[in-house]
Design a binder for this molecule. Structure first.
Ligand code: ADP
Ligand code: MG
Length: 884
């Protein structure tokens, strides 16, 4: 049987029942999807739900507790044993649901950032998820894409692919569409095939899908690929380390409680159970897990703000960002190009109209002109020919499919009355695609009379040195110094008006001229300039100001002309009076060290190539900055990888850039970066909030027991009560803190130091001081009511209620860096509700008679409650005034 690469395109079409110009029908698609399944590689298996549930009990201390309960049960303490069992079980369920939630939101993230594919179906191009591609689909791939399935190429426009994932060979391979007759070719020699998972490094192509999912070359080796493992974030790692110390401390203190207790004459069995319960309650073994939950909840909030986090660690790093390097075009601006002026025959022309609507006229000064103006029709036609976009109408509105720069040129041509049909009389011989390094695009055409010529469009400074002639009203002449000066003045003039400049030039070719790019794009005839307007996005100015207030510097990076960039930067208030603009040529002359010396004064980098971006990241990092860097094209991937927070574009970004990034902007918008940073700071603050709450609570719980033992008092809390506090009082409000709103000034503080420890900025002192006072007031409540063991259960109930209430009041303090009086406690409704439900549950265990023997509680009077509330307010309000 012949292989796909050996077949002519017609045979491939026949075998797969598809026509390249139409694609599959919906019916065919559905049938094939059923037959072959989704286009995915079956990777690592998911952890089963049962296992996640069981995992909640594998913790060592929980096992000890279960063993202790078993002993209690055998000793006849059935009620205690059952109560503890139930609480442990509930704890397990809560842990399970938290983990599920985190898991689900991470799953959802994966889906959101899943790759897309361009397919032709029922005659229309659409963008679908790669996993929905089926055999026979006609797909289009561009530079920067990962090829969605194995394809037989039917048309290649200078496409090159990098197939190291398959072959280990990292040099790009040029692809073509003609059948190859040799037998048994290895994938790397099948030059008319594109393989799933390999990336397009240059050009674009159309192909027919011949294999999907596991029926691809990549699928055959998929089992060999490393499975993706979840790596802990820096904070999770720090907490895991810290956790070990805390566990040790808690164990030591608990041990001390037990030893002192036994020494004071408490029954060994009682002290053992109390000690184990205390250890379970006080050991913050769940901290890293709650942090993960908080991070993933934050990630969901970010999705609502249109930022997709690809690496959980980015959530933390975002809060430390001190520099944002952002692309101008499309990120700070709308990427809605409109040609506003032309420079042709040494004259300035203007065009009216906004956006992509084909309404507008051409003027020289105040005089309207038409197609008979010399060279105008040629210039606009060439702009339309050297072009990859298409203009279409939907519901009376015009849209551009493809590069907006190209789209604007089509609209400009249509305004003069040139139609797309004109283009059809030319045959495309070769295309050299645009990329940000070359800053130009070329196309070789053959007209009806078989005459060949080249059209090049691109950055004027790139085209001008490659031109030897210039088109004037009465024909082509030699490009003289005077013409050059004229043209340069026109470029400056356009750029100062914030217009993006594109030049266009041409060159007649003999039939047998070499098609090599270096040979082609020189000695051209310079035709004219387009000046395009790309308005800044409305939200960006405000976002830049907010970033500045938050101590974050915004830097504009663009391939555009320095003056255009400067004009837009000034427009956005991004460039201060003494701020510098540096362009690509200056960058070339500077070493990283030299750049580092001046970089703090630079706000705009213009006419840069993607390689410069890497240098910029390195210079900022050398200065100690935490750098966020945006990018869209495939060449931006190295800079994005090197930055601390790599950001890619959801709409215009390529697969490869997205894979390199840790954050994707769904709307390509700069303002979304600011929103994500805001959220990143908030999440970190929330994590601090519940660490503070949980640890202070634990300190209080241990200390009240320790103090009581040292003073030779009876147990102020029984084991079930301790476990109850741990479960109901600590768990719910801590989760609610993880959902807390930001304090008003989070975006008015400087960025967080990435090396700062978990307990920095006074957190450690806050935890210990509140913990001690909570322990003391609980003990006081006990001493005042237990009446030398005559009313032991009464005293224990009061102590229990005091500890719970002190924590529930203290939780509101944990929302505030400064003082509890700074914030409205009702802002966070989750917190209010969780506190209320904790209080109600407390009242139930105290007042519902059947529960009283289980929780060792008794009825409390109004006077008791006065004492409880009075004491439990102390830890919070005491420090509310001192602001320490
Ligand atoms: P940026 O996205 O930062 O504006 P680019 O690298 O996309 O920078 O573009 C750099 C320059 O290349 C532009 O200023 C313009 O002159 C030229 N250019 C941009 N897009 C195209 C295109 N599609 N075809 C030809 N030239 C282009
Ligand atoms: Mg661009």
């Amino acid at each position: 049987m012949k292989k796909w690469y050996q077949l002519d395109i017609e045979r491939v079409e026949q075998k797969l029942h598809v026509v390249t110009s139409k694609g599959l029908t919906q019916k065919q698609v559905e049938k094939r999807r059923k037959e072959f399944g989704p286009n995915v590689l079956e990777g690592s298996k998911k952890v089963s739900k049962g296992l996640i549930f069981l995992k909640q009990f594998q913790d060592f201390m929980v096992l000890v507790l279960l063993a202790a309960t078993l002993i209690a049960g055998m000793l006849g303490e059935y009620i205690d044993a059952i109560a503890i069992m139930v609480i442990v079980l509930i704890n397990g369920f809560i842990g399970y649901f938290q983990e599920q939630k985190a898991e689900n939101s991470l799953e959802k993230l994966k889906e959101l950032s899943a790759p897309m594919a361009n397919v032709l179906r029922e005659g229309k191009w659409e963008k679908i998820a790669s996993k929905d591609v089926v055999t026979g689909d006609v797909v289009r791939v561009y530079s920067g894409d990962r090829i969605p399935a194995d394809i037989r190429i039917v048309q290649s426009n200078g496409m090159e692919t990098e197939e190291s994932a398959l072959t280990g060979e990292s040099l790009p391979v040029a692809k073509h569409a003609t059948a190859i007759s040799s037998d048994d070719l290895d994938p790397q020699d099948q030059l008319n095939m594109g393989f799933k998972g390999t990336m397009v490094t240059r050009g674009h192509a159309i192909g027919i899908v011949v294999g999907t999912g596991m029926h691809t070359v990549m699928g055959q080796i998929a089992s060999l690929m490393a499975s993706t493992k979840k790596v802990p974030t820096p904070l999770e790692r720090k907490l895991a380390e810290l956790g070990k110390i805390l566990i040790f401390l808690a164990l030591m203190l608990t041990l001390l409680v037990v030893i002192v207790g036994i020494y004071q004459g408490h029954p060994v069995y009682q002290m053992f159970l109390a000690g184990v319960s205390l250890a379970v309650a006080a050991i913050p073994e769940g901290l890293p897990a709650i942090v993960t939950v908080a991070l993933s909840l934050g990630v969901q909030r970010m999705i609502r703000k249109r930022a997709i986090v690809r690496k959980l660690s980015a959530v933390e790093t975002l809060g430390c960002a001190s520099v944002i390097c952002s692309d101008k075009t499309g990120t700070m601006t709308e990427n809605q190009m409109t040609v506003k002026s032309l420079f042709l025959n040494g004259k300035n022309l203007s065009v009216t109209g906004d956006g992509y609507d084909v309404i507008g006229d051409y003027y020289v000064q105040e005089r309207k002109i038409d197609r008979h103006f010399p060279n105008l029709e040629m210039m606009l036609l060439y702009g339309m020919l050297c072009n990859n976009a298409s203009l279409f109408v939907r519901k009376g509105k015009y849209y551009v499919d493809g590069d907006p720069t190209d789209g604007a040129l089509i609209v400009a041509a249509r305004k003069l009355g040139l139609s797309m049909e004109l283009a059809e009389s030319f045959r495309i011989i070769k295309e050299i695609p645009f990329d940000s390094d070359r800053k130009r695009m070329s196309i070789i055409l053959e007209d009806e009379n078989k005459r060949r010529f080249l059209i090049t469009k691109g950055a004027p400074e790139v085209l001008l040195p490659r031109s030897s002639y210039v088109m004037e009203a009465n024909g082509r002449t030699l490009l003289k110094h005077a013409n050059k000066t004229n043209i340069e003045a026109a470029i400056d003039h356009m750029a100062e008006k914030a217009l993006r400049t594109i030049a266009i030039s041409m060159k007649p070719l003999s039939k047998n001229a070499s098609l090599d790019a270096d040979f082609l794009e020189k000695d051209m005839t310079f035709i004219g300039l387009f000046g395009m307007m790309d308005p800044p996005r409305k939200e960006v100015k405000g976002a830049i100001a907010e970033c500045q207030a938050a101590g974050i510097k915004t830097v504009m990076i663009t391939g555009d002309h320095a003056k255009t960039a400067k004009a837009i930067a000034e427009n956005l208030n991004l460039l201060p009076n003494d701020g510098k603009v540096i362009d690509g040529q200056q960058l070339n002359r500077m070493s990283v060290d030299e750049l580092e010396a001046v970089i703090d004064d630079v706000y705009v980098f213009a006419r840069v190539t993607p390689a410069h971006k890497l240098k910029i990241v390195q210079a900022f990092q050398a200065k100690g900055h935490v750098v966020a860097m945006t990018g869209d094209g495939i060449n931006d991937a190295p800079a994005i990888k090197a930055s601390d927070i790599g950001i890619s574009m959801g709409i215009s970004g390529t697969d490869v850039t997205k894979e390199a990034s840790s954050l994707i902007l769904m709307d390509d918008n700069f303002a979304t970066i600011k929103a994500a940073i805001n959220e990143g700071r908030n999440i970190y603050e929330n994590i601090r909030k519940f660490i503070r709450y949980l640890l202070a609570s634990n300190v209080g719980e241990i200390l009240v027991m320790l103090f009581a033992m040292l003073l030779a008092l009876p147990l102020p809390l029984v084991p079930v009560q301790i476990l109850w506090v741990n479960l109901v009082t600590d768990g719910l409000p801590a989760m609610a803190l993880g959902l807390d709103q930001a304090e008003k000034d989070v975006m008015r503080r400087g960025p967080r130091n990435p090396r700062e420890g978990v307990f920095s900025r006074g957190l450690g002192f806050k935890i210990v001081s509140r913990g001690i006072v909570i322990g003391i007031i609980t003990l006081i409540a006990f001493i005042l009511t237990y009446d030398h063991s005559a009313h032991l259960v009464h005293g224990q109930t009061v102590a229990f209620a005091t500890l719970v209430m002190a924590q529930l009041i203290h939780v509101f303090d944990c929302r505030c860096e400064q003082s509890i009086f700074d914030r409205n406690p009702f802002e966070n409704m989750y917190l209010v509700l969780s506190v209320l439900s904790s209080i109600i549950l407390l009242l139930i265990v105290i007042y519902w008679q059947p529960l009283q023997p289980i929780f060792h509680t008794t009825f409390l009077s109004g006077r008791d409650w006065l004492l409880i509330l009075g004491l439990s307010a102390i830890p919070t309000f005491l420090f509310g005034f001192t602001k320490k």
